[in-house]
Design a protein around this ligand. Structure first.
Ligand code: M6R
Length: 367
């Protein structure tokens, strides 16, 4: 049942090209634009005129939402608010008929996410669910559903469902941009074409093997603390990488917007602290590189995830893992892969059960 892999998590990491491809397949099959299919009560007119989007989710699903926020705001120019579902439900949120509330839940059964969505719906908002499980509770509570098609995920650590959620958020962002005319037609076409190329690039990255990541894991698996840094679209990837590592290896991690370093977290660093930087190409790469320099002069050990072909990081990082180039906004789908593998290899070196980490359940149906 593990298809020849030593764990479900490793199998599921390797199923990511398919998870993305299945999620975008027929939705981008039309010559132009994005077809989200039947979203129930959520029609094109509503999406065209929507004034605000609020995303509620927990854990890894929240990180997928954060990536979606950058895409929706940049491409479709709709303001997006994000909240952790367990916080949202208790903060008496201002939400109403002009809002689209997007609840992201792999399992479709997370108690806090369901409660946040119900609260929004009772206040008059239109609610869209993004889930991987047909017939789950969230599909009954929402006005419309956008399914991710990652297939059943057994490992407690979400991997393939995460990339499928990110792909679904990109589709939503592109559809909104199409309806609202916020992107030139040629740019929209180019982004869709690039998104369709991503599964192939993820497959190439996985086929290359992870000797580089394994070497990094061997060097650092006894560390007591890992810091993760990113900026812009790289920040949610850093957050997700840090969650993966702490969840399955039980190593303390922190993830920060790199620009926040000097406002506190830099005090944590000493000689050899591993600092993982999501440094794929982007308009803020230079800014990130200055943050990396600040870290490095404190003696930290910099591990950078960078875009293949960009040699700029060579002189700034101790170790580099390259990922295939794509449109910079889509890079999270590639950059997250080495971080999942790093968490995986570290946890295995520590002799841990990655599929069933301590204290965690796959589905959190209690508050
Ligand atoms: O099923 P959901 O997407 O609603 O679950 C949310 C979180 O519990 C989940 O993403 C959790 O953080 C994962 N174990 C992370 O790997």
């Amino acid at each position: 049942e593990k298809g020849g892999y030593e764990t479900f998590m490793l199998k599921e990491i390797h199923e990511q090209p398919q998870a993305i491809a299945e999620t975008i397949a027929d939705r981008t099959a039309r010559g132009v634009g994005v077809d989200l299919g039947d979203l129930g009560a959520i029609d094109d007119a509503f999406l065209r005129d929507v004034r605000r989007i609020v995303v509620v989710a927990c854990g890894t699903s929240y990180h997928a939402g954060l990536i979606g926020r950058y895409a929706i705001e940049r491409w479709a120019r709709v303001p997006v608010e994000m909240d952790i579902a367990s916080e949202y439900r208790y903060r008496d949120p201002v939400v109403g008929p002009y809002d689209l509330v997007v609840g992201i839940s792999q399992s479709g059964e997370t108690a806090d996410t369901l409660a946040a969505m119900r609260l929004a719906r009772e206040s008059g908002a239109t609610v869209l669910a993004i889930t991987n499980v047909m017939g789950s509770q969230v599909t009954r509570d929402a006005d419309g559903v956008l399914f991710t098609r990652a297939g059943l995920e057994i490992g407690v650590a979400a991997t393939k469902t995460f990339v499928a959620q990110v792909a679904a958020m990109y589709l939503l962002a592109l559809r909104l941009a199409e309806l609202r005319g916020t992107l030139p037609a040629a740019r929209l076409r180019e982004l869709i074409a690039e998104l369709k190329r991503v599964p192939g690039s993820v497959a190439a990255l996985l086929e290359r093997g992870d000797d580089d990541v394994q070497a990094i894991a061997r060097r650092h698996y006894k560390a007591e603390f890992f810091l993760y840094l990113g900026r812009h679209i790289g920040l949610p990837v850093a957050l997700e990488g840090a969650l993966k590592l702490k969840e399955i290896s039980y190593i303390a991690t922190d993830a920060y917007a790199a620009g926040e370093m000097k406002h506190g977290p830099i005090a944590l660093l000493d000689d050899d602290t591993p600092v993982v930087c999501v440094a794929t190409d982007s308009p803020v790469l230079e800014k990130l590189i200055s943050n990396i320099q600040e870290v490095r002069v404190r003696g930290a050990h910099v591990i950078a995830v960078a875009t293949a072909g960009n040699d700029e990081l060579q002189e700034h990082a101790d170790e580099i893992v390259a990922v295939p180039a794509t449109d910079w906004m889509l890079a999270p789908l590639l950059a997250v892969i080495p971080l999942q593998l790093l968490a995986y290899r570290v946890a295995r070196l520590r002799g841990l059960d990655v599929d069933q980490p301590r204290n965690l359940a796959k589905t959190v149906t209690v508050e």
